[in-house]
Design a protein around this ligand. Structure first.
Ligand SMILES: [Zn+2]
Length: 134
């Protein structure tokens, strides 16, 4: 399994010619050997990223940060509550879509949450396209 590391030396990819300097982030795998700062090229060389390690090294620190949320003290009107109910429906659909698309992805991860929220965006976008056609 390969991993993302910061380069200890200046280097150049023998495959695509991409150059990197000390402390640049590059992809590296011992066996089969693959090294490049370009992820696609790294994959092309037979590189494989250990996704769990990749996620914990890149996202681990901020994922554990405490986020203070100050919720405004207002009473939402019924129409806004209805929108909230509609959002719930999108959320459910997006959740199941994300699970179908990425069966290997743990539901309780930051990554899954990001995928799901992206799918909600896409569903809303498609909804607006359909509305325009009406
Ligand atoms: Zn390369």
């Amino acid at each position: 399994m390969g991993t993302k590391i910061s380069a200890k030396f200046d280097g150049m990819c023998k495959t695509c010619g991409e150059e990197w300097s000390v402390n640049d982030e590059i992809y590296y795998q011992k066996t089969p050997k693959a090294i490049c700062s370009d992820y696609d090229c790294f994959k092309g060389q037979g590189g494989n990223l250990d996704s769990k390690r990749f996620n914990s090294s890149s996202g681990g620190s901020f994922r554990n940060e405490t986020i203070i949320t100050k919720v405004p003290d207002v009473n939402p009107s019924d129409s806004v509550k209805q929108i909230g109910d509609t959002w719930d429906e999108y959320m459910v659909v997006a959740h199941h879509r994300a699970k179908d698309l990425y069966p290997e992805q743990d539901v309780n991860t930051h990554v899954f949450g990001q995928i799901r929220s992206k799918i909600i965006d896409q569903l809303l976008f498609i909804t607006s396209i359909l509305k325009q056609k009406e």
